[in-house]
Design a protein around this ligand. Structure first.
Ligand code: NAD
Length: 429
């Protein structure tokens, strides 16, 4: 099929290369010329495992054409996916200005030829239909339908998730639209779920908010474990063995982060507020999660007898391992709190340092994980990259001035740390 993605970010670019890999002719549109030039030269504008190879392959195969001209993409395609950003607005509502701008522009380029406009950006219930009405008003003669297909990929596993999704949700009330999208997604050999547009819009928010809630839930229990001198990992094993609960997706730590969870939980809470339900679970979840870094910076301060002038080593800066995405990183917020208290921070991250340098002030970036330990009063793990598992604790002890290791992700073996003569302080223990 001839299809077009508008927005060459994590969702648009990944989906575009995956559909090109499946044999479709894909147009990819973005207003960022630098990004488009990179893609047409076979290069990835951000790190995602396998993405660079697929861009190169399909920039050459002719299946992927990137452009800044929306008209080109729209006129050459039957299906137009909108995958632009929906960041959080000032009041906690989803900011739909990028989606609205694209819809307006699409309205200018459509003619009598039939087009299917599919929103992939995460949007509040009712948005897709409103965008359809907007298109109709802009250009009453055009022949089009709208649908909503949520995206469930995880940064760090975006290609893998897009090629082998757990399910595809198609939100449409129209049989013909469903048939077109089913045909497109069929090669993915996964369960295809047809819902109304509004249900599909809610499915995306509900799925992300549930995952965030699991993290928020275990973080709350971790707090109790700390007070009661219990261990959250033992508790996770005990509760997770119940088949109704499951042992997967328990990540006690300094709170959920990333681009999507924080904004989607807030946006869902805002949808509830719009329906007169200001007192809702998601408002509380967002509030508790926001306070997690502060809670542990305070504990660190207490344990060190103050932070002013103390050298703190930080391991891990990105929102999650396997990506250079810094958006919504709890580690960044944690470090900003440390430096605001007068601590001197030295940091290392396998992929995120270039982006972190643009965000974090007064931080010294180191070339190796061991180097951050040099003269440090405390060493803090804030993102669980695999390479930190092999740290030589004897060497770390020799390099540090102090002896405190804060495990913000429960990645380390406390015994190995204590055997080296260091003090272990982990979330939920
Ligand atoms: P992103 O910020 O990485 O990418 C958005 C892209 O849209 C940018 O490259 C920007 O230049 C481009 N853009 C903005 N306005 C444009 C316009 N008028 N015309 C053309 N291009 C324009 O965003 P993302 O992470 O890909 O997320 C996109 C949407 O998908 C969001 O709604 C997000 O919530 C949702 N989503 C994201 C993820 C994720 O893991 N990142 C997963 C699932 C769903």
């Amino acid at each position: 099929m001839n299809i077009c993605f508008v927005g060459a970010g994590y969702v648009g670019l990944t989906s575009a290369v995956v559909f090109a890999e499946l044999g479709n002719k894909v147009w990819l549109v973005d207003i960022d010329k630098e990004k488009i030039d990179l893609i047409n030269n076979g290069k990835a504008p951000f790190y995602e495992p396998g993405l660079g190879e697929l861009i190169k392959k399909h920039a050459n195969s002719g299946n992927l054409t990137a452009t800044t001209k929306l008209e080109q993409g729209v006129q050459n395609s039957k299906i137009i996916f909108i995958a632009v950003g929906t960041p959080i607005g000032k009041t906690g509502k989803a900011d739909l200005s990028q989606v609205e701008a694209v819809v307006e522009e699409i309205g200018q380029c459509l003619n009598k030829e039939y087009k299917l406009v599919v929103i992939k950006s995460t949007v509040p219930p009712g948005t897709t239909k409103k965008m359809g009405e907007k298109l109709r008003k802009l250009n009453p003669k055009i022949n089009f339908d709208v649908a909503f297909c949520p995206e469930f990929l995880r940064p760090g596993k975006a290609i893998e998730d897009s090629l082998n999704p757990d399910r595809v949700v198609i939100g449409t009330n129209n049989d013909q639209v469903f048939a077109i999208l089913k045909d497109l997604y069929q090669p993915m050999k996964t369960k295809i779920i047809r819902t109304s547009i509004e249900s599909a819009e809610i499915i995306k928010y509900a799925a992300n908010s549930y995952l965030a809630l699991r993290i928020g839930f275990i973080d709350q229990i971790a707090l109790l474990a700390e007070e009661a001198k219990a261990d959250i990992l033992e508790i996770v094993e005990g509760i997770g063995s119940d088949k109704r609960i499951g042992s997967h997706y328990w990540y006690p730590g300094i709170g959920y982060g990333g681009y999507c969870f924080p904004k989607d939980v807030l946006a869902l809470s805002s949808v509830f507020k719009n329906h007169g339900l200001a007192d809702n679970l998601f408002a509380k979840l967002a509030d508790l999660n926001r306070k997690r870094p502060e809670l542990y910076v305070n504990k660190l301060e207490e344990s060190l007898g103050g932070l002013k002038g103390k050298s703190i080593g930080v391991l891990g800066l990105t929102a999650k391992p396997g990506t250079d995405d810094m958006r919504g990183s709890q580690a960044v917020y944690f470090i900003q709190l440390l430096t605001a208290e007068g601590a001197e921070v030295r940091a290392y991250d396998p992929l995120g340092m270039e982006k972190a340098k643009k965000i974090l002030e007064n931080v010294e970036f180191c070339q190796t994980p061991e180097k951050v330990a040099e003269n440090a009063s405390a060493l803090c793990l804030l993102c669980e990259w695999e390479e930190f598992e092999s740290l030589d604790w004897e060497k770390v002890k020799e390099m540090m001035d102090g002896d405190l290791v804060f495990d913000g992700k429960r990645m380390f073996d406390p015994n190995a740390i204590e055997r080296a003569g260091l003090r272990y302080f982990g979330v939920g223990v």
